[in-house]
Design a protein. Structure first.
Length: 185
């Protein structure tokens, strides 16, 4: 499920929800649940996404990995969250985040992270960056363009960088493959 080449745009009347599923079964959940959302008689419609990242091994081989393990993002214009019951009936479903009495859509800053990735498909390509440990960086292209995070670890041999940023009321560390990055000003 790599749609990194096709750009997507989320309409302003649509909200994004985060569904927590068993880690490693994100794709399975989407394949099982998306047909229910696409059905003509269904009372709930929308699109499920698993955000991915392209990674590169030191031998040059590339592969895809889940960006936020255990998270499936649901884009919908539906405002009646009682209709989300169908999404909760998979054996891989854990809960809709954030944990509250009723399902809540992502706040603007968290939704912007998801929307930024989805503008480029659902896969983050290899970053173009230059940095040192503890530097603030600005990604110069792709879905995180002008997005600032803190570099917490660098593996120059494998060309990987761990970036820490605020997401869903906590700090998340995401490991990405890189090529070149410029220093934040």
């Amino acid at each position: 499920m790599d749609d990194s080449m096709g750009e997507k745009e989320i309409k302003s009347d649509r909200k994004i929800y985060c569904i927590w599923v068993k880690t490693g079964l994100e794709e399975h959940y989407v394949k099982k649940m998306q047909p229910l959302l696409d059905g003509a008689e269904g009372e709930l419609s929308g699109t499920l996404y698993v955000l991915k990242k392209k990674m590169r091994l030191k031998n040059g081989k590339e592969y895809f990995e889940t960006l936020f393990p255990g998270y499936v993002f649901f884009e919908t214009s539906e405002s009646d969250t009682r209709k989300f019951k169908a999404l909760c009936e998979s054996e891989n479903f854990i809960r809709i985040l954030p944990e509250t009495a009723a399902a809540r859509f992502l706040c603007d800053t968290d939704a912007e992270v998801v929307k930024s990735v989805l503008q480029y498909g659902s896969t983050i390509d290899i970053l173009h960056v230059e940095f040192n440990k503890d530097d603030k960086i600005v990604i110069t292209d792709g879905p995180f363009k002008n997005f600032t995070g803190k570099v917490v670890a660098v593996n120059r041999r494998n060309k990987r960088v761990n970036i820490q940023f605020d997401f869903m009321n906590g700090l998340k560390v995401v490991g990405l493959s890189y090529e070149v990055v410029s220093h934040a000003k």
